[in-house]
Design a protein around this ligand. Structure first.
Ligand SMILES: C[S@@+](CC[C@H](N)C(=O)[O-])C[C@H]1O[C@@H](n2cnc3c(N)ncnc32)[C@H](O)[C@@H]1O
Length: 573
């Protein structure tokens, strides 16, 4: 099969295989062309499709060449008009013959299009297309993007200045995030985040996934909000070791590692112990730690349940700080704005590009893709996969929230029992009070917090970048009981940090709060898990609650509550 047939078959996706374009290409066995070749052809043709679609339609290519489907016509026209080496097929190949027959008309229409777009030379036209400037003209569909591409410079491997003078050389700095949100989606502009050090915002569709900085782990794609927990935890060498209790895919682990590494002096030792219960996600975590060159600081405890640890054990005697970012409803997660559109040509005055694609060798026109929008004849292509920080959990919302918040409180209480811990951050990518402030208030009222001397880290005590962040906790009546007076309640809410999705701040929906205890409040003896605390959480049940137990809390879920209580007593938790 030629490059073009292979690329067209992947795009048509007749078997409706999920995942990004890249993963579909790289997972496909028995390809004759290299995945890189196919990916480049599709990505480039998509970028140009806004220009090529009308060019192809004006030439009547599809009406005359029955062998060409809209996708084939687009891919071939792209290579004929724009690829350095032209169409990659032998001179007598049926596809090459079909497209070269129309070379003169296609070239003439293409030149007209270039001039209409106001470019005297092909290089300038190329630059405009690469910057996504034509998408903006395309029916004025360009809305303000709400989600920039957030890029954290991994300071273990690079510095912000190094990145600005290499990866982002030629990019223009703006001091207004709005300029990035309004910019053409691939234009070269960046904004240095004022809250989180070493964080940049770029236009949402900037393609950095093949840049050396990304592939070598010098930069990491991480939403701004997701950078809050490690920064708020603010681990310093005097804190001792840091636990990341629920770590995969490892964005916050590698961020913690970067902060820890930046402060360590020769001879000092401080490690980040990263727990991840899920086997598959452990592999991702290990890869991410390795790519970020964080191995010397991070110890991965893969396929390990944080809840199964014994907080008083000698192994954790040096743990002074814990980052807890447990499973949640994922309701703050936002879809990325980085899908690229492939505009497909239509047969002029004839069939729409929505007939069936014949799976046999004889190609008919067609519904070349399950994800073709008929009205606009476009394919939406998500170029890249990245492992999501959270897998949204399905089921009835109120039941999910009840089960999740019990689990979250339980795991937070567990963290509070670590003998020498002095700082904890608790975060979720949920927008719901129940999983956020609700858990914080219940945790403060728990015996683990009371006996352990835990309190919230007040806003004035927070690191500068977050002290200045204006979105704070919210209160929802009748969701949890609170015996605090109004002033104390306000203080707790003011200590809670929120990010809202779909705002001009460009973040996902997120929540984080920090708990601290002062040295004099650390009890000499470990507080035991009391019946009250244990009864807060009964595990997730398969019956009726609708929770997918394996998604949330694996093995512990199936234990009868009595058994669990006994087990915890025995392990001193
Ligand atoms: C929200 S994700 C963490 C995202 C991660 N902090 C990041 O920023 O890349 C929660 C993770 O916790 C894991 N997890 C849930 N319960 C756990 C437990 N009891 N012990 C260890 N890991 C757990 C889940 O498998 C999931 O990978």
């Amino acid at each position: 099969m030629s490059l073009y047939y292979e690329a067209a078959a992947i795009l048509a996706n007749p078997d409706n295989i999920g995942g990004s374009l890249k993963s579909r290409i790289y997972k496909k066995k028995d390809l004759k062309s290299t995945p890189a070749q196919i990916f480049a052809l599709v990505a480039e043709s998509s970028k140009w499709s806004v220009v090529l679609k009308p060019v192809i339609e004006k030439c009547g290519l599809l009406a005359e060449e029955k062998k060409l489907t809209p996708i084939l016509a687009l891919l071939l026209s792209h290579d004929l008009l724009l690829a350095k080496n032209g169409v990659a097929a032998p001179a007598n190949h049926v596809l090459k013959l079909a497209i070269t027959r129309h070379k003169a008309r296609l070239s003439a229409e293409f030149t007209k299009a270039r001039i209409q777009h106001g470019h005297a030379a092909l290089d300038a036209f190329r630059e405009a297309v690469n910057n996504g400037e034509l998408d903006k003209e395309d029916g004025a569909v360009q809305k303000i993007s709400r989600h920039p591409r957030w890029v954290r410079v991994n300071t273990i491997k690079s510095t912000l200045d190094q990145q600005l003078s290499t990866t982002f050389k030629g990019f223009r700095e703006t001091d207004n995030l709005k300029d990035v949100l309004l910019a053409a989606k691939r234009s070269k502009i960046y904004y240095k985040d004022p809250n989180i050090p070493n964080l940049l915002a770029l236009p949402s569709r900037i393609d950095l996934s093949r840049s050396p900085a990304y592939t070598s782990g010098q930069i990491i794609f991480q939403d701004k909000a997701s950078c809050f927990p490690a920064y708020l935890l603010d681990p310093v060498p005097g804190d001792g070791d840091v636990i990341d209790a629920t770590a995969a895919p490892g964005n916050k682990t590698t961020h913690l590692a970067a902060i820890v590494s930046s402060q360590l002096r020769t001879g000092q030792k401080q490690k980040v112990i990263a727990f991840e219960r899920d086997k598959g996600r452990t592999v991702t975590l290990q890869k991410m730690v390795k790519l970020a060159s964080a191995n010397s600081v991070v110890q991965v405890k893969g396929s390990s349940d944080f809840l199964a640890t014994t907080p008083g054990s000698g192994e954790f005697a040096n743990v002074g700080a814990i980052l807890l970012d447990p499973s949640c409803s994922g309701t703050g997660i936002v879809g990325r704005d980085d899908a690229i559109k492939m505009h497909l040509p239509e047969v002029q005055g004839g069939t729409k590009s929505s007939q069936k694609l014949d799976k046999s060798k004889k190609r008919k026109r067609g519904d070349e893709a399950g994800n073709t929008s008929e009205a606009t004849a476009t394919l939406n292509l998500h170029l890249d996969d990245s492992t999501p920080e959270e897998t949204p959990i399905e089921g009835k919302l109120s039941e999910r929230l009840a089960a999740l918040s019990k689990f979250q409180l339980h795991i937070l209480n567990h963290a509070m029992r670590f003998a020498n811990a002095r700082k904890i951050t608790y975060s979720t990518c949920s927008i719901h009070f129940e999983e956020n402030e609700g858990v914080v208030f219940q945790a403060l009222a728990s015996s683990a917090a009371k006996q352990g001397g835990w309190r919230v880290l007040a806003r004035e005590e927070q690191v500068d970048g977050l002290k200045n962040w204006h979105r704070r906790g919210i209160w929802e009546d009748e969701k949890v009981s609170c015996d605090l007076d109004e002033g104390s309640k306000r203080e707790v809410l003011n200590a809670c940090i929120r990010c809202d999705k779909d705002t001009e701040e460009g973040t996902m929906g997120f929540f984080v709060a920090a708990f601290v205890r002062d040295a004099e409040n650390v009890p000499a003896q470990l507080p035991e898990a009391t019946v009250d605390d244990v009864e807060e959480w009964n595990g997730f049940s398969d019956d009726g609650g609708g929770e997918k137990t394996e998604d949330i809390d694996g093995a512990a879920v199936q234990q009868p509550e009595k058994q669990k209580k006994k087990k915890r007593k025995a392990s001193g938790q």
